[in-house]
Design a protein around this ligand. Structure first.
Ligand code: NCD
Length: 365
């Protein structure tokens, strides 16, 4: 059965750990790169990348990962170059492309768009970021960078700082950190706090704090930019930007062995003056996107010999029901693709049930 990677919870902890273990082997010595054993893992395989929102790191790392595995990659860099601009649905695009390619990677502004592709595609689909929902491959890269530098994830204190409402990387990362036993501390400007649909699915207690109060106790500080393109108005961007800026003074309060990460791009939230501080690892983190995505592609194409990386694991999503009520999230894919049914996951809490949209995970009640 094909496996997709739409949300981070599509993979078990064991599968994530195996992928992170596989990734270092993807690097070779400089000059003989990648290691010869992996250089043909995607030979005669074709990836289609639908990058319908701007992208530098994710797009190039997928493309380069596929080339380094010996496969081909056809990338569409904007919606205008596809028949989606003529009104073709995501479902039909998935059916057409999956009959030609072996793997589909999609980045889309609508939340749940990758889930639709996965549901209608006959080949594995990878979510490269769907609106403000999730960005699971960035999370693999983040976890890999943390593990390489700190040796573990468990019991680390990780501060997530910046736009936690619209930043998709911090949503996927919060789920993974929770499952892997790290402590999460949320640091956000007013109005851009971690949304309830994320907090309701995180098991452990999530603290909120001011950056100045907690920087001295953090093992990892994960910065993100304010997602200007997703904010409702210009004023809200002006009010939020500059609320958290990491510079030399704050860094002097951070632990000597702490780690500063950022999915990039940065705008003005991390001062160039700290780029040479050995605790900042955001460029290393971006480079790690290649071996991590090589490992992911090889695993999804089932091209890894030593033991299986992916099991037949199915996440415990609980019951899925079809309701009359539509998801109220204006960025949800169901608001745009009318043929989609209103499907909801039933999440059981100790005292009540939550209905969370099958596509974008926002709650209706
Ligand atoms: C992030 C994204 O696209 O969500 N970038 C990335 O993929 N590394 C972060 C962002 O755009 O702020």
């Amino acid at each position: 059965m094909k496996r997709d990677f739409v949300v981070i919870n599509d993979f078990s902890n064991l599968e994530i750990e195996r992928l992170l273990e596989l990734a270092p082997g993807m690097w070779g010595e400089r000059g003989i790169y990648p290691r010869i054993i992996y250089s043909a893992r995607a030979e005669y395989k074709e990836m289609v990348g639908l990058f319908l929102e701007s992208s530098t790191r994710t797009r190039f790392s997928f493309e380069i990962a596929m080339h380094r595995l010996g496969g081909g990659a056809s990338i569409v860099p904007d919606i205008q170059s596809t028949s989606l601009a003529k009104g073709e649905t995501l479902a039909d695009t998935a059916r057409v492309v999956s009959g030609m390619a072996d793997l589909i990677v999609i980045r889309h502004p609508w939340e749940g768009a990758a889930q639709v592709m996965a549901d209608y595609s006959s080949v594995p689909v990878i979510n490269a970021g769907d609106g403000a929902h999730q960005h699971p491959t960035q999370t693999l890269t983040d976890l890999y960078t943390i593990k390489n530098n700190k040796g573990r994830i468990e019991a680390l204190k990780v501060g997530l700082c910046g736009d936690l409402k619209y930043g998709r990387t911090v949503h996927s990362l919060a789920f993974a950190l929770d499952r892997l036993g790290a402590e999460i501390i949320c640091i956000a400007p007013t109005g851009l706090e971690m949304p309830t649909w994320v907090l309701n699915q995180v098991e452990s207690l999530v603290r909120t704090a001011q950056l100045e109060q907690v920087i001295g106790e953090l093992d990892v500080l994960y910065f993100t930019r304010v997602q200007k393109e997703r904010l409702p108005g210009k004023e809200s961007y002006e009010a939020a930007k500059g609320s958290h800026i990491l510079g030399p003074e704050l860094m002097s309060q951070a632990k000597d062995d702490s780690l500063v990460l950022h999915p990039l791009p940065r705008v003005d939230e991390v001062d160039y003056e700290i780029d040479d501080d050995p605790r900042t690892k955001y460029f290393e983190q971006s480079h790690n996107g290649v071996p991590v995505r090589m490992a992911l592609i090889a695993a999804l194409l089932d091209k890894v010999d030593k033991g299986k990386v992916l099991d037949a694991w199915k996440p415990a999503t609980g019951k899925i029901i079809i309701a009359k009520e539509r998801c109220g999230n204006p960025r949800c894919v169901t608001q745009h693709e009318q043929y989609l049914k209103s499907k909801f996951k039933v999440i059981l809490r100790s005292t009540h049930k939550i209905l969370s949209c099958y596509y974008c995970e926002q709650e209706i009640r």
